[in-house]
Design a protein around this ligand. Structure first.
Ligand SMILES: *[C@@H]1O[C@H](CO)[C@@H](O)[C@H](O)[C@H]1NC(C)=O
Ligand SMILES: *[C@@H]1O[C@H](CO)[C@@H](O)[C@H](O)[C@H]1NC(C)=O
Ligand SMILES: *[C@@H]1O[C@H](CO)[C@@H](O)[C@H](O)[C@H]1NC(C)=O
Ligand SMILES: *[C@@H]1O[C@H](CO)[C@@H](O)[C@H](O)[C@H]1NC(C)=O
Ligand SMILES: *[C@@H]1O[C@H](CO)[C@@H](O)[C@H](O)[C@H]1NC(C)=O
Length: 471
């Protein structure tokens, strides 16, 4: 009995201990994210022409009307997120119409056929449970994996029917979401002649780095800090800062300003390091140097070669090689004009030889900063609307529903890795140590979340954490 008691006490202590660790990790990540990610909903939402708030007329929306296939009936699609801010909008998707709303009280409405989730603000508690047979779930997640790790595991991603993510495998791939067009890529607007860049080398470093989101999961700052020991780098951002921008450019919103571009365009190399390392996770960090005519030194998507304009347009960092070796290579290119220019050959000729990239930009169904095209949120909404209608029509014809199922590779990232250079970086924060633990914990959270969702009753946050700890 005593033995049993002590075992139980030990168990309780362990449980408490691990709970405390989880809590600390969670709180720290939440706090840090709050600090760095205060940019909620910076999505390029379409300026909706008519923001008229339609109040659904429930007299039109009874099940008998569905079977009567009334012209006035339309399925409800509920955003489980405030993302669009639209309390009610009747969307036209080709010949189909759906009612889109962020009003969660339509959860149990008989006309509700789908729920749309926005990855970054998907909260585990208060999910639309119970989920009915005809409730399709769709996930939209275009942001960095650091924003909600638990979605990146098979047990969670496969709860969804439809996906739109940066992964090329998702049903609506957003891999090129930060690239407006091929024209901006080949444009010479900011390109400086090499003679001028060489002249500027009297006052500027060969390499530039601008980051203000320090110590993210990719551990880029530790790599760059090591690199800086071997080659001169001008660092304008808050991370590893050694040079100041003119005051009017210090605001992070100035990152897209012409005068900021002009500063960057003077350099030979830009360190284009993503905040997380996943296949297809490619941001403006890659496209910006390519647009400007500066050679990107890229660390990010391991499969970036699939997306580069040509097979010699970027220097891709091999994380298994010492930064010193990269520094030597960059110094060699800095001294050798001919060799440096081989990386700009595609730009000079305005030639994109990567047919995958050409095809993707030609065929994608949405535009970026392009008012003549739909944005990807509209396209996502319509993808779901049309699929909902497909099953409604099949049902009318007495056919079984068509099924959609998200797969593990629709959202997938390996665990973050830390660089390990002999000299411990003096300035890096405890944050960089959190990501791995946070990822490991997110695997447990994912399993717990799946178990709870499959039970198909609503649950509280406390119940969720209990489920996580008993994993
Ligand atoms: C949400 O929908 C419910 C039910 O139709 C309605 O009573 C409520 O006023 C709506 N909320 C808002 C903010 O429009
Ligand atoms: C180290 O941190 C201090 C205080 O946060 C900051 O002023 C300094 O610029 C940082 N140094 C580097 C190399 O990042
Ligand atoms: C790179 O692309 C050029 C032009 O398309 C081609 O001639 C060359 O063989 C390619 N090189 C490699 C290593 O793939
Ligand atoms: C949606 O996904 C769920 C869970 O995998 C599945 O049970 C359901 O049949 C799917 N619905 C459709 C219409 O594909
Ligand atoms: C589940 O939902 C019902 C009805 O909305 C509510 O009364 C109940 O408190 C919820 N339970 C939990 C555990 O959230």
């Amino acid at each position: 009995m005593a033995r049993l008691l002590s075992v139980r006490r030990l168990f309780a202590v362990c449980l408490c201990g691990s709970a405390a660790v989880f809590l600390i990790i969670t709180l720290q990540v939440v706090e840090e994210l709050g600090q760095f990610e205060q940019k909620a909903h910076r999505l390029p939402l379409k300026e909706r022409q008519e923001l008229t708030q339609i109040q659904p007329d429930s007299s039109l929306l009874t099940e008998d009307k569905i079977s009567a296939a009334s012209e006035d009936w339309y399925p409800f699609i509920v955003w489980w997120s405030p993302l669009t801010g639209e309390l009610g909008r009747l969307g036209e998707c080709g010949s189909n119409r759906c009612f889109f709303t962020i009003n969660k009280s339509h959860h149990a409405h008989p006309s509700t056929h789908a729920f749309l989730f926005y990855g970054t603000d998907l909260n585990v508690e208060s999910l639309p449970l119970p989920r009915k047979e005809h409730h399709q779930w769709a996930l939209f997640h275009e942001e960095s994996p650091k924003n909600n790790y638990k979605l990146f595991h098979e047990p969670v991603i496969t709860l969804f029917n439809h996906t739109a993510s940066f992964s090329r495998h998702s049903q609506l791939p957003l891999t090129t979401q930060h690239l407006e067009s091929l024209r901006v890529l080949t444009s010479h607007t900011y390109l400086l002649p090499l003679a001028q860049k060489n002249h500027l080398r009297h006052t500027l470093a060969p390499v530039v780095y601008v980051q203000s989101d320090c110590d993210p999961p990719s551990d880029r700052d530790v790599y760059v800090q090591e690199l800086m020991k071997h080659i001169q780098v001008d660092s304008y951002g808050q991370c590893l800062n050694n040079k100041h921008l003119p005051p009017h450019l210090r605001d992070s919103t100035a990152m897209e300003e012409q005068s900021f571009y002009q500063i960057l365009a003077q350099y030979k190399f830009i360190l284009a390091f993503e905040n997380a390392i996943c296949d297809d996770y490619i941001t403006e960090k890659l496209w910006r140097p390519l647009k400007l005519g500066v050679v990107p030194v890229y660390y990010g998507a391991p499969n970036v070669h699939m997306w580069l304009p040509s097979n010699r347009s970027a220097i891709v960092v091999d994380p298994n090689e010492p930064p010193e070796k990269l520094a030597q290579y960059l110094k060699r290119l800095d001294k050798n004009d001919w060799e440096y220019l081989t990386y700009l050959d595609w730009k000079m000729k305005q030639e994109i030889s990567n047919q995958r990239l050409v095809k993707e930009l030609k065929e994608r169904s949405w535009g970026v900063q392009d008012i003549t095209q739909d944005n990807f949120i509209d396209v996502f909404e319509c993808m779901v609307c049309n699929r909902v209608w497909e099953n409604i029509n099949r049902q009318k014809e007495g056919l079984p529903p068509r099924l959609w199922q998200a797969e593990a590779d629709h959202l997938k990232c390996p665990p973050p890795r830390l660089f390990d250079f002999s000299a411990a970086p003096p300035n890096s924060t405890s944050l960089r140590r959190i990501w791995r633990a946070s990822y490991a914990q997110s695997e447990k959270e994912a399993r717990a979340l799946r178990r709870l969702v499959l039970r198909n009753t609503n649950f509280t946050l406390t119940q969720f954490w209990r489920e996580v700890f008993t994993d």
